[in-house]
Design a protein. Structure first.
Length: 421
């Protein structure tokens, strides 16, 4: 006998049946199909299962970052998300038909599959986002450190401005006191110079000790005491100023240490990825002759990672939309014809038939007509009609029989009350 006629496909294993189920295919029909159909739906089921696995990894990374490594939260959430994505992918693939059954994809087929493709693209982006944070971990940490350094500098400047604003009155008093000290020093220097001139005879009023010399010495000593008193007060201000500066420096150090020790959250990592994809790395340009930074000029070390980031995203989107695109490209196989056959048999058993109608423009339109409701309605109508006829016939026969009984014995049908009436 012809081996092709008596061809029997290899019995599928349990794992193969599981992948068929993942692809949303009918196991009973596939068992009667050829090996190519077996492999086709095995591959589609494998892709659907892989997307569910990737969804679990992606959500696991995200939850692990958000909840600081709490596995009791990470594992259940990642599992639930994987099941949701798996179920959605299985629905998308199983609900995508073969289009026109040709290997090429027409615009009409793409239009019909657009909602499913849109859902697949969204799922691909959702899955890729957490995995991007893992793939670009080193780059994210580097950008985060740069951002934190800039934030620390900005925070220190903000603290300084705040403290300066709060201590403006103290600074003003310090400046006033410092001006008083300088003024008093000038007064003391003049008094001391007058005393020295008197002692050296440069003032034209004698040399050495005398009443004028003593008076000038007394003035000089009084101004000296005033100067020392003001300098003592200024030193107290300076001590307080140093203490305030030390407190501000300590506060700035604590703030900077806190900022630099902070780890990026999940949203921070996503923002760092967007930053990597939008701008490159630059450093200030140095003048080799003076070894100083040239203001306003920078050198780009490397460009933005736009294509690197989007290649990863496109990879996951392609994995998501591949089963849908492949199903549109597949030509009709025995599985499809047998599926249509089984569906028609099931429809016929339920009284559903495919009819054709030609409209006014001569265009042939297919439509399905349900015969079971019509049959039931016809039977019920016929039953009601016959019951009505039978009821009328029974009433007629009963009336004739009663008429005969009256003719035989009319007295039996007339009572005394009837005669009196």
């Amino acid at each position: 006998m012809n081996e092709n006629v008596d061809y029997v496909a290899k019995k599928p294993s349990k794992s193969t049946k599981f992948f068929w189920w993942c692809a949303g295919a009918d196991e009973k029909i596939l068992q009667y199909c050829g090996y190519s159909d077996h492999v086709k739906y095995l591959g589609i089921g494998g892709v659907v299962l892989a997307t569910g696995f990737m969804a679990a990894l992606a959500m696991g990374f995200a939850m692990h970052t958000i909840f600081d490594g709490q596995w009791l939260v990470t594992i259940p959430v990642a599992t639930i998300w994987a099941l949701i994505v798996f179920n959605l992918d299985r629905f998308i693939v199983s609900s995508t038909g073969k289009g026109d059954g040709e290997s090429s994809i027409s615009l009409q087929e793409l239009g019909n599959a657009a909602p499913r493709l849109f859902m697949a693209i969204l799922l691909g982006l959702t899955i890729s986002a957490p995995l991007e944070t893992f793939i670009f971990k080193k780059e994210i940490n580097r950008e985060w450190k740069l951002s934190m350094d800039q934030l620390a500098i900005s925070k220190s400047y903000e603290i300084l401005q705040t403290e300066v604003s709060n201590d403006s009155s103290k600074i003003e008093n310090f400046n006033i006191k410092k001006a008083e000290v300088e003024k008093q020093r000038e007064i003391w220097l003049k008094a001391n110079l007058a005393w020295e001139d008197q002692m050296q005879g440069r003032a034209g009023a004698g040399v050495g000790e005398g009443p004028r010399t003593k008076a000038l010495a007394k003035v000089r000593d009084a101004e000296k005491l005033k100067l020392e008193s003001l300098e003592s007060e200024l030193k107290l201000f300076e001590v307080e100023k140093i203490k305030n500066k030390e407190a501000i420096d300590q506060k700035i150090k604590e703030e900077m240490d806190e900022i630099k020790k902070s780890d990026p959250g999940f949203l921070d990592e996503l923002m760092m990825i967007e930053r990597l994809s939008s701008q490159g790395k630059t450093v200030p340009k140095m003048d080799p002759s003076t070894n100083k930074v040239i203001k306003g000029e920078e050198i780009e070390i490397y460009g933005s990672a736009f294509w690197a980031v989007w290649l990863v995203r496109l990879l996951f989107m392609i994995i998501e939309i591949a089963p849908v695109i492949l199903k549109l490209m597949l030509i009709k196989s025995p599985y499809d014809y047998m599926t249509e056959n089984v569906n028609q048999i099931l429809e016929a058993k339920q009284g559903i038939s495919m009819n054709h109608m030609t409209d006014e423009e001569g265009k042939l339109t297919k439509y399905k007509e349900n015969f079971n409701p019509k049959r039931i309605i016809s039977i019920v109508e016929h039953q009601n009609l016959k019951e009505e006829e039978n009821a009328k016939e029974a009433i007629t026969l009963f009336a004739e029989k009663e008429k005969q009984e009256i003719a035989k014995n009319p007295d039996a049908f007339i009572s005394a009350n009837d005669s009196n009436t």
